[in-house]
Design a protein around this ligand. Structure first.
Ligand code: FMN
Length: 219
């Protein structure tokens, strides 16, 4: 089974995230393809990013500035797939979520793994702008952001007392997302097992170094 981590992107008191995550977690567990764990940023009070090469130590087992930073990098590394649940803050993802993604530093935790996302907002946008930003951000981590998302407009009224979304299209969208996540997770697990490329930035650095050593002008 693929290991799936559901990342809860908002932390404020009274957040709508709780109802969304309860529904998403139950659906992901019932789907049958995943060993599901929730990483709630409320339980991960990460410091604002303050790492530098002096905090890293052994690059193969970085120490980082605080134990929680190391633990967070490990928690992200120890997964095959991710499902981010986030509200929209000022047309983007919440700062706490961006910081948590930035904190996965030098460990390549997200690399070559699929990331799906469920967005919601108080207005008609349903979190779509946050999800678009998230996809851009995840590309830089070398994760594979997925096309099919769930968007939930008018989040304050999006759930019935049963805990199910009032709009049946929302349930359907989550099933499509889980299908994609399971397919990509299996595909990328196989691909990673067959061998991964060295990260592009390292290959680029090595090629430039080689060209410089050979005396070939690089500019
Ligand atoms: C700081 C802040 C910024 C927000 N910006 C937007 C926004 O740009 N677009 C939108 O539709 N809703 C916006 N909202 C409404 C949230 O999307 C909505 O309250 C959602 O439930 C937030 O997630 P949470 O309840 O889990 O914190 C904002 C809310 C906050 C607190």
């Amino acid at each position: 089974m693929s290991k799936l981590k559901i990342i809860v992107g908002t932390t404020r008191p009274t957040r709508n995230a709780d109802r969304v995550v309860t529904w998403v977690e139950a659906a992901a567990a019932a789907y049958g393809a995943f060993e599901v764990e929730v990483l709630d940023l409320r339980d991960w009070p990460l410091p604002f990013f303050a790492e530098h090469f002096g905090t890293v130590g052994d690059i193969n087992d970085p120490a980082y500035s605080q134990p929680i930073v190391k633990a967070w990098n490990r928690a992200i590394q120890d997964s095959d797939a991710y499902l981010v649940v986030t509200g929209e803050y000022n047309h983007s993802i919440p700062g706490a979520l961006k910081n948590a993604i930035d904190t996965v530093w030098l460990s390549n935790g997200f690399r070559n793994k699929p990331v799906a996302a469920v967005g919601y907002s108080a207005g008609i946008g349903g979190g779509i702008r946050a999800l678009e930003h998230l996809a851009q951000i995840m590309v830089e981590t070398e994760a594979v952001p997925l096309r099919n998302t769930v968007v939930m407009p008018f989040a304050n009224d999006a759930f019935a007392d049963s805990g199910r979304p009032t709009n049946p299209a929302t349930d359907a969208a989550l099933q499509v997302l889980l299908d994609d996540l399971a397919w990509w997770s299996t595909a990328l697990e196989r691909a990673r097992a067959a061998g991964e490329l060295v990260p592009g930035r390292n290959r680029l650095r090595d090629l430039i170094l080689k060209a410089e050593t050979a005396g070939v002008p690089t500019a």
